[in-house]
Design a protein around this ligand. Structure first.
Ligand code: EPZ
Length: 417
């Protein structure tokens, strides 16, 4: 059990180098097996979920190791197409190995993935798309068995721009005869990153970043060297922390337009923000105004992953903010814990209403999920006294050395565990 100890009240000042993106790294790690190749990935964060993906790769017969922020994979030795239940349960992204194994082996045997408990997280869109491409899929006894003697390129219409389904289709499509066109594809920067990596591996992929992605064959390369983009949700978390605690922080290595919706609301709350190429400078008095209303949407809308941390930043903001969560049915799990700090939040269905309070008081909390845990840390930084957060490893799944980075900005935070 990790225990985060925070004494609130310190300003955050200084420069923060933002880590590489977890949600870009994970599908790329799965993609590394679509053809026999060596991948060198740079700027990969050191996280529990990345470890889990590397363990899956080694289980499949690849060599895969991380040295600091570099990952080296050789997928030539891949000799299995089954992923055991315990490895599948480690994280949601394990499901992206389905498309990758189908592409490489023509079959995959796995079980439904784990990941944060944010409500129902079905994989019906993934399975339906793979079936349309010619994959036979049996689901029985908690196992998913996929077989594809031959896949055909086809037009797939996604009724919702699912990030994971888009990624799975892109990978499986590398084994399809002819062109695969995904209509209604997710437009997240992580999809564009996957496209760039796949191009490096020799595949013809285009359109990522728009709602139409086309995969049309290719000739596999022997090796690829790819640098992972910065993590827009981690950047948003630091921006929210500095906004709430007060201070002056420069986020370096970031792509400001990738979290501009979050910056927009922090500006509205009263922060001064200057964006430059690959950096964001944010100054806050720590006294924020409520922002009226915001709602989560697929990219380029406001990201659901940043909703809990912006909520935490607004707990003391003067006035009322209403948040509508449109992506996950259970993404207000942090709310009861934030209320234990003295926050005034009421949840009705997918709406949360926050009335800013004068002060928060530190207490003992239990982290509920990755971003919920990060939200509790942001709240703890601006609460009076000490906050202790008992965290079953959630935060480490997505944040690399968060305690060290926050401490270097002046926060009084220690991590036991
Ligand atoms: C990715 O999850 C991210 N994870 C999530 O980040 C992120 O919250 C989410 O996209 C939305 O931006 C990774 O990239 C590893 P989806 P994913 O498929 O792919 C429904 C974090 O904190 N849906 O776009 O699982 C689903 O239930 C994590 O870093 C179906 O109904 O997201 C959800 O309501 C958490 N059927 C919505 O779509 C399907 O087959 C969005 O899911 C697939 C999804």
């Amino acid at each position: 059990m990790d225990i985060w100890h925070i004494r609130g009240g310190n300003r955050l000042d200084g420069i923060c180098f933002v880590q590489g993106s977890k949600n870009a790294s994970l599908p790329i790690l799965a993609a590394s097996i679509i053809s026999p190749a060596q991948s060198q990935l740079r700027n990969v964060p050191q996280l529990r979920d990345i470890d889990a993906a590397l363990r899956i790769l080694r289980h499949l017969g690849c060599t895969a190791e991380q040295r600091d922020n570099d990952v080296y994979i050789n997928s030539r030795g891949l000799n299995k197409s089954t992923i055991p239940h315990d490895l599948m349960l480690e994280m949601r992204s394990s499901v992206i190995f389905m498309g990758a194994l189908i592409a490489r082996c023509g079959e995959a045997r796995l079980s439904p993935p784990g990941g944060c408990q944010l409500g129902k997280r079905p994989i019906d869109l993934h399975l339906s798309a793979l079936r349309q491409m010619g994959c036979e899929i049996e689901e029985s006894g908690g196992e998913i068995l996929c077989r594809a003697s031959s896949l055909k390129g086809t037009d797939i219409v996604l009724p919702f721009p699912s990030v994971g389904a888009t990624e799975n289709i892109m990978l499986a499509a590398t084994a399809a005869a002819g062109e695969t066109v995904i209509h209604g594809a997710a437009r997240e920067p992580e999809i564009a990153a996957l496209q760039e990596y796949m191009r490096g591996l020799g595949w013809a992929v285009s359109g990522a970043g728009t709602d139409t992605v086309v995969i049309s064959g290719g000739s596999p390369a022997a090796s690829v060297d790819y640098r992972i983009l910065s993590d827009r949700i981690v950047a948003a978390t630091f921006a929210c922390a500095a906004a709430a605690a007060g201070g002056s922080v420069e986020l370096r290595g970031v792509e400001p337009e990738q979290f501009s919706t979050v910056l927009h609301f922090l500006k509205q709350a009263g922060c001064d923000i200057i964006t430059e190429k690959r950096s964001v400078w944010l100054r806050s008095s720590g006294k924020l105004r409520a922002v009226g209303a915001f709602e989560t949407e697929p990219y380029p809308g406001f990201p659901t992953d940043a909703q809990p941390v912006l909520m935490a930043a607004l707990l003391k903001a003067v006035g009322r903010t209403v948040i509508k969560e449109n992506i996950f049915e259970n993404r207000f799990r942090q709310v009861p814990e934030l209320c234990r700090l003295g926050a005034d939040i009421t949840v009705a269905g997918n709406r949360a209403e926050i009335w800013g309070v004068d002060s928060l008081h530190g207490t003992v909390l239990t982290s509920t999920d990755l971003r919920g845990g990060a939200a509790m840390i942001v709240a703890g930084l601006c609460a009076d006294g000490c906050t202790e957060i008992y965290d079953d490893g959630h935060v480490k799944r997505g944040y690399e050395r968060l305690d060290v980075r926050l401490r270097s900005l002046g926060a009084d935070i220690y991590l036991d565990g």
